[in-house]
Design a protein around this ligand. Sequence first.
Ligand code: NAD
Length: 384
Amino acid sequence: MIAAVIKESFPGEKRVALIPRNVTALSQAGLDVMVESGAGEASLHADSEYEKAGARVETDRGALLSETDLLLTVRGPGAFADFPSEELDRLKKGAILIGFLEPLAEPETMQALASRGVTAFAMELVPRITRAQSMDALSSMASIAGYEAVLLGAEHSPKMFPMQITAAGTITPAKVFVLGAGVAGLQAIATARRLGALVEAYDIRPVVKEEVESLGARFVELEIEAEAEGQGGYAAAQSEEFQRRQRRLLAERLASADVVITTAAVPGKRAPILISADMTEHLRPGAVVIDLAAEKGGNCELTRTGETMRYQGVTIVGPVNLPSRAAYHASQMYSKNIATFVDLLVKGGDLTLDLEDEIIKGTLVTHQGRVVHSAVLKASGQGD
Ligand code: NAD
């Protein structure tokens, strides 16, 4: 079987699905590895390194697509509406596709993959179970995004983060408020602490209090309890009324923050609005909001995805694809996640699809001409 690594075509995407270091792992699983020329360039992995690791470098993308049995991507077709359908048509019949496919947001694209006979696995659906930790690409990328969000916040803030006692006076530490203490939020807290900021954090799930405190931040409790509980460590969507009360209670807590990093998300849903336009008016002049949920609709009502805007002295940043800012390490982590995942699928050079395996079942979106994932079927109005 041939596994191929494509040069990503999504605008601004610098990551690569497999780095040279992990080529050997695939070879050991019995796969021949092919890499599109220049695939690793933006993440500092030259064609020659792939060749040294035993991969074949291919300059003709069409040939690569038609020869490959297992296509490894960062952004699969679901990630961008204008993914050329002729590229899908070029894919070898029965090919396997692995990547971030955005299956819940793009169920129609999943249907298109199914009708072309593609067996597709979505990396964002890797279940959060212990055995799958080394394949959990969502956590790898969220952690990088949390780190990068703090750097962005520091860059846009007119204040320095650490306390300093100097001959020219004392500099007080910056105050950072992190909303949502999941994977990205916890990494943001840790990074802001390392830079010397005073950090406060809030999450709808009180169970994260201990983790927040262990990182040296203060956990802010609001007099409001979640109406519904999520599953698998995730939060559940709350009613409009809950969100209104939550915003009212948060408003005064945010008033003294220099940098607010918002990371709140609910899987498969629009991100909750935690900072309304009114609340922005009550932030400090010079305050910065880094809205990590920008790609999911934003936690701040005024966020414009992919843009930085100023509103009444407050800077609101709606970053997209933060992991790409650290393309080298993001690729390293994603590549390891992918290599471990492939190891689960391929034995002795053959695909071994154990449909009872929780990880395979959880990530398999299309197979044998059909969309087979229940959540994706539900998102497209089929299934229950
Ligand atoms: P996520 O990106 O879905 O959400 C980020 C955070 O936003 C979550 O902590 C969530 O509680 C919070 N949030 C949602 N709505 C909110 C609201 N209205 N107000 C405030 N906060 C709100 O979550 P994630 O970072 O991908 O992961 C969430 C949790 O999953 C982790 O904290 C962890 O417990 C668990 N997890 C487990 C594993 C594993 O077991 N292998 C791996 C990764 C994560």
